[in-house]
Design a protein around this ligand. Structure first.
Ligand code: FE
Length: 180
């Protein structure tokens, strides 16, 4: 009987790890598939993109388009990254521009992925936003101009900034194991 439970637990562990890696491959494939139809996506090319919405509509998924080009805010606590703690880099889901490092991510109670600094100064640009009866600073991708979220001054040290982002316009690429 003991042997049976031992075998069962080995089998369950194996099944669990197989399912987990299949899910990982699947999500990677979904990301790749999305980018295959987007010729402007590059994680190395930093040339600025100035494309009309009609072009973006053709190459982005409806979800990414709604936030990136139509400034839709995802519901708090609904996105895939608000409480994610993986080590790696976050890129613009519309164009592949490097935006944030996981080291600059902090646990925020707001329900959106929050960072205290960008990867490099040119990663993002800013615009004053007076919509919804508030005065806020809109954060846009420095390469393609996609709407990413807003910037607030209530973040943690060392910057005191809080980049409050929408998960849907972020791609996460984990650091290679063993690499720094
Ligand atoms: Fe972008």
């Amino acid at each position: 009987m003991k042997k049976f439970f031992l075998l069962l637990s080995v089998f369950m562990t194996l099944l669990f790890s197989l399912t987990a890696s299949a899910e990982k491959i699947q999500s990677h494939r979904t990301m790749e598939k999305q980018h295959n139809s987007n010729p402007y996506y590059s994680r190395t090319d930093t040339t600025k993109l100035n494309l009309p919405d009609a072009v973006w509509k053709k190459v982005l998924s409806p979800e990414v388009y709604a936030t990136a080009r139509q400034k839709k805010t995802e519901l708090s606590f609904s996105g895939k990254f608000w409480d994610y703690t993986g080590k790696g880099t976050y890129y613009c889901a519309a164009c592949g521009n490097a935006l944030f490092r996981s080291d600059a991510k902090f646990a925020s109670t707001c329900g959106w992925p929050s960072f205290f600094e960008e990867v490099r100064k040119s990663s993002v640009t800013y615009l004053p936003d007076r919509s919804h009866g508030m005065v806020r600073t809109e954060v846009l991708c420095g390469r393609c101009g996609a709407h990413l979220g807003h910037l607030f001054d209530d973040g943690p040290p060392p910057t005191g900034k809080r980049f409050c982002m929408n998960s849907v316009v972020l791609d996460f690429v984990p650091d290679r194991q063993g690499a720094k």
